[in-house]
Design a protein around this ligand. Structure first.
Ligand code: LYS
Length: 300
């Protein structure tokens, strides 16, 4: 039986709007635990991690709250790594997407220790590939992919003990529709594989996912980093950085179902849910609905 561990990381330390700190509780209110249990999954809710409060200060040298971001990511790293070691499938309930550094560096460390290959699906409206020089905001939730690839401050890139934690070749980004000017150049330079919204419009979600999931084998650990702003804001208003023109409900369901069909899902982040901006918790309810498909719910 699959054993899932829920890890709450109640912080908005890397974000440009307050409120993602309430994300873990909103996911519990939307019944993430019982919903997974109804599919025969054993769920262990580990409660919430602790870290420094959000001082809500302006950026210093291109980064906002760098030390606090590092503290939260170290806590996430240890928690995610411990669950993987136990053989559980960790679900990180964010929290803003800066925490992808702690989560994915833990997954990468686990893969090194167990000799597994790693594939990361980054479902997001943004590439999150900024650096201190490129960022328009200083918000570290716009930088986790760059940090994981070794481009960022020492405090963040060294989490997990190997720099870089991952290779850009292991990532597939899906749903992207907002990339800053300097960030765009850097995405091309590093050769990130991006299925942006234009690609999905032209080729369809099915084709994008077939390519994103190609060449997985039984020795591949599949990690999904699901930023809720991936979804079209008409169906998912509860996020801090709203970008129109995202996947529809049907496209998002197909995306999740195709991931489930691989049978390789081994860890998950659910990030950037912002209950302060949501409407009657509908974005959390939608996220739980999609996660159900990700864990194998099918119509027939
Ligand atoms: N690209 C923008 C920035 O760096 C937005 C990032 C949003 C991340 N969730 O500030």
């Amino acid at each position: 039986m699959t054993k899932v561990s829920l890890i709450g990381a109640p912080t908005d330390i890397g974000a440009g709007a307050r409120g993602a700190s309430m994300g873990p509780e909103a996911m519990r209110v939307a019944q993430i635990g019982p919903t997974l249990e109804a599919h025969g999954i054993e769920v262990f809710d580990r409660g919430n991690l602790q870290g420094p409060p959000n001082p809500w200060l302006p950026p210093v040298d291109g980064f906002r709250h760098l030390h606090e971001v590092a503290a939260w990511n170290n806590a996430v790293h240890e928690a995610v790594h411990a669950e993987l070691k136990l053989g559980h499938l960790p679900i990180l309930l964010g929290g803003d997407h800066c925490l992808g550094i702690g989560s994915i560096s833990a997954v990468a460390r686990h893969c090194r220790e167990t000799g597994k290959k790693l594939r990361i699906l980054w479902l997001d409206a943004h590439a999150d590939f900024n650096t201190a020089v490129l960022t328009p905001s200083g918000n570290i939730h716009g930088m986790p992919v760059a940090c994981l690839c070794g481009h960022g401050p020492q405090e963040l890139i060294e989490i997990g003990g190997k720099v870089p934690a991952i290779s850009p070749k292991w990532i597939r980004q899906i749903g992207i529709r907002s990339v800053d000017a300097g960030e765009k150049k850097f995405v091309h330079e590093m050769g990130l594989e991006v299925f942006d919204m234009r690609y999905i419009d032209e080729m369809g979600m099915r084709h994008a996912m077939e390519l994103a999931l190609a060449t997985l084998d039984e020795n591949t650990h599949l990690h999904v980093s699901f930023d809720v702003d991936f979804l079209d804001p008409q169906i998912a208003p509860g996020v801090g950085t709203v970008i129109p023109g995202g996947p529809t409900y049907r496209e998002a369901q197909l995306c999740m179902e195709m991931i489930a069909d691989t049978g390789r899902l081994a860890s998950l982040d659910v990030m950037e849910l912002n209950p302060a901006l949501d409407v009657r918790n509908q974005t959390a309810v939608l996220a739980v609905d999609l996660i159900e498909s990700l864990f194998g719910k099918s119509t027939l």
